[in-house]
Design a protein around this ligand. Structure first.
Ligand code: GLU
Length: 284
């Protein structure tokens, strides 16, 4: 099996030093293994994705010295593929429609009898307001859909582990405790309003369809990986090897974000820095 990895930025702002670290780490590991590196455009959120940022991604990554096979896979072209995957889960009785807004979830999750609201990989853990007692039947509706986590877990034989060659933010490895996922992850959204699919669903389909053997990405996505492994098992898709790497932080220790224009690769380019300088700045 040839080592195959990918870098999957969202075209919603400029790439910064954290993206450079992730892309270069994946590219270097692929080169060292004699494997291949793919670029994928995570443009599922069409309300925030912009062609100008996509063009800047290609430009910045080429400037850094990376190359990749074309055509580049774009998530917005794959909505029917994601729908097929949702249909499989719907047929298994694992999805239910949910039209709760973020405000509804906040209100329900912080109701006094619920205790302190818990946060999971997607923010506040869904309190289960729309979860039916029995799986819905009939055709899958074209509405936002959630995974019934407790029901999904009953369909899988443990263990539900993965191979981690990096580590989580607290030094975690690839051990998943399925029963904890009901409390610490909850019923995640798999089809989102206006987006067809959620990140969790699209990423497992894309990684499988592109033959990705190694997912190399930041530790901020570590807690999402248990959801991805669960979905791979439910959908009969292979689980790649994961490598979660350290995050690049600003001087105050905060993780860099898209709004940190000062640390955008484009800003360093405009200042006359070289790709070598960028590698040096991020310790590569
Ligand atoms: N598009 C995601 C991001 O920009 C990365 C997804 C992934 O690597 O799995 O954070």
């Amino acid at each position: 099996m040839t080592f195959t990895t990918r870098f999957a930025p969202s075209p919603t702002g400029p790439l910064h030093l954290g993206h450079a670290f992730s892309a270069l780490t994946a590219f270097d590991m692929a080169q060292a293994a004699g494997g291949s590196f793919h670029l994928r455009i995570d443009d599922l959120d069409q309300s925030r994705s912009r062609p100008v940022w996509e063009a800047q991604i290609y430009d910045d990554l080429h400037w850094l010295g990376l190359d990749w096979p074309t055509p580049v896979l774009r998530q917005s072209d794959r909505l029917s593929r994601y729908r097929e995957a949702l249909q499989i889960l719907w047929n298994q009785g694992l999805l239910y429609p949910c039209s709760c807004s973020r405000a509804d979830i906040r209100a329900a999750a912080s109701a006094p009898q619920e205790g302190a609201p818990l946060h999971g990989p997607d923010g506040l853990i869904y309190p289960g307001t729309c979860r039916p007692n029995t799986p819905p039947t009939g055709p899958m509706p074209d509405t936002p859909l959630r995974l019934d986590m407790a029901r999904a877990l009953t369909r899988l034989d443990p263990p539900l582990n993965f191979i981690e060659t990096g580590q989580g933010p607290e030094g975690e490895t690839g051990t998943i405790t399925p029963q904890d996922m009901i409390k610490t992850v909850g019923d995640v959204a798999l089809a989102r309003p206006g987006m067809g699919a959620s990140y969790h669903l699209s990423v497992v389909c894309d990684d499988a369809d592109q033959g990705i053997t190694h997912v190399i990405r930041g530790q901020d996505l570590f807690t999402a990986t248990q959801i991805h492994v669960l979905l791979q098992r439910l959908l009969g898709l292979p689980t790649p090897i994961y490598h979660h790497h350290r995050l690049i932080r600003d001087d105050t220790g905060r993780r860099l974000a898209k709004r940190d224009d000062a640390r955008a690769i484009a800003s360093y380019r405009a200042m006359g820095k070289t790709p070598h300088d960028i590698r040096h700045m991020i310790g590569l």
